[in-house]
Design a protein around this ligand. Structure first.
Ligand code: ZN
Ligand code: ZN
Length: 373
């Protein structure tokens, strides 16, 4: 296999980036389409994009592409012209990050993955390109009022726990893989009713809509651009907001408040609260909801057991940072924004354990190990 990747050290790459005298545009895009020769597409894109000076993290699978990247401003025209000329990528919508300094990536990484969003299904078991109808925020609001309409949250339980659309069905799923069959089962008998799917940035619904159509649902719709873009449209077009609570995002904020509603409760005392934290005992790192008072009582831990560990080994609590993770605050913020927009498959994110598992167990794979969700 040809080795087409960057071998310069991270330090040097970062210095090079800082010395650039041009601006970069940070953008993301994804599309489900059949890729015949994954390796060939990967190499072709890598060659073209490195020639243009593009940086970023891109995943290619047999089922399509998911990209977060930065492109030198003066190469944007050449970049889009080439991108749209790639078979299957004509007019793929690009999401441009607005508040960004363009320094979010230091190298170009184009990786091959089995799937864009891990669904646990055999390849080719349904046509991922046979998707439902895309709805704008306004159309989604209107469709919610259609007779028999069912709104389905395609995110994981800890995401819908703190925020969701009015009346949405929120499957109690740890992963997208678990969620697909669960949703088909919940919706059984409603094959002829309008089904309205939504997720954070749209990529999960894209696949879910194709799956449900494959399962015989005739009126499948999905919120285009997900909650992120719904909120943007609601704000810019002054539409009624029907998303309650917080939009969970995979970054340090762990959620953006959309409405004043507090939908969740503290997992320790039951008081209304929607603040996600990771257990302060890094050996546990369990993601849960904790109020300020319980945070003080348990020293940021999920249990008395973890608190005892934390207090016995206060100096052994540094969080290992993988070399692939962004290191500066600016990088973290931008990565977070992109993660939220495009749902990449391997961005840094909080480690999550399955519900009901005793804290501290490490034999359980984090649900997001492969994709976020
Ligand atoms: Zn509490
Ligand atoms: Zn813990």
């Amino acid at each position: 296999m040809t080795v087409l990747h960057n071998k310069v050290s991270r330090q040097l790459l970062r210095e090079q980036l800082m010395k650039e005298d041009f601006r970069r545009v940070t953008l993301s895009f994804y599309r489900y389409f059949y890729v015949d020769d994954v390796q060939a597409l990967r190499d072709a894109l890598y060659l073209k994009w490195s020639a243009l000076g593009c940086l970023g993290r891109i995943y290619i699978a047999r089922e399509g592409i998911n990209a977060q990247m930065s492109v030198p401003e003066h190469e944007m025209e050449a970049f889009t012209a080439h991108l749209y000329s790639v078979e299957g990528l004509a007019e793929v919508p690009l999401k441009i990050a607005v508040e960004d300094d363009g320094r979010s990536f230091i190298k170009l990484n184009v990786k091959i993955r089995a799937k864009l969003v891990a669904d646990g299904l055999a390849e080719g078991s349904f046509d991922v390109t046979n998707v439902g109808t895309h709805l704008t925020a306004e159309e989604f609001n209107r469709a919610m009022d259609l007779p028999g309409a069912v709104v389905v949250d395609m995110r994981n339980h800890y995401e819908s726990e703190v925020g969701r659309f009015e009346g949405a069905v929120c499957p109690d799923a740890d992963t997208f893989r678990d969620e697909l069959p669960m949703v088909a089962q919940i919706l059984e008998g409603k094959e002829e009713q309008p089904v309205l799917l939504y997720c954070t940035g749209g990529i999960r619904c894209e696949k879910a809509s194709a799956y449900l159509r494959h399962k015989g649902f005739s009126q499948v719709h999905q919120l285009h651009g997900g909650i992120i873009d719904y909120v943007r449209q609601v704000r810019t077009q002054n539409l009624p907001n029907r998303f309650l609570g917080k939009n969970f995002v995979f970054d340090d904020r762990m959620g953006e408040r959309i409405s004043e509603h507090i939908l969740a409760v503290c997992h320790q005392c039951g008081q209304p609260c929607d603040e996600h934290v990771n257990c302060a005992n890094t050996a546990c790192h369990h993601l849960f909801i904790q109020c300020g008072a319980c945070g003080a009582t348990f020293n940021g831990c999920c249990s008395a057991a973890c608190q005892a560990v934390l207090e016995a080994h206060p100096f052994n609590q540094t969080n290992p940072v993988s070399s692939d993770m962004p290191t500066t605050a600016a990088q973290l913020t931008t990565m977070a924004q992109l993660t939220a927009v495009a749902q990449p498959i391997a961005a840094p994110q909080p480690k999550v354990y399955r519900k009901g598992r005793p804290p501290g167990r490490t034999d359980v794979a984090a649900p997001h190990a492969v994709h976020p969700t």
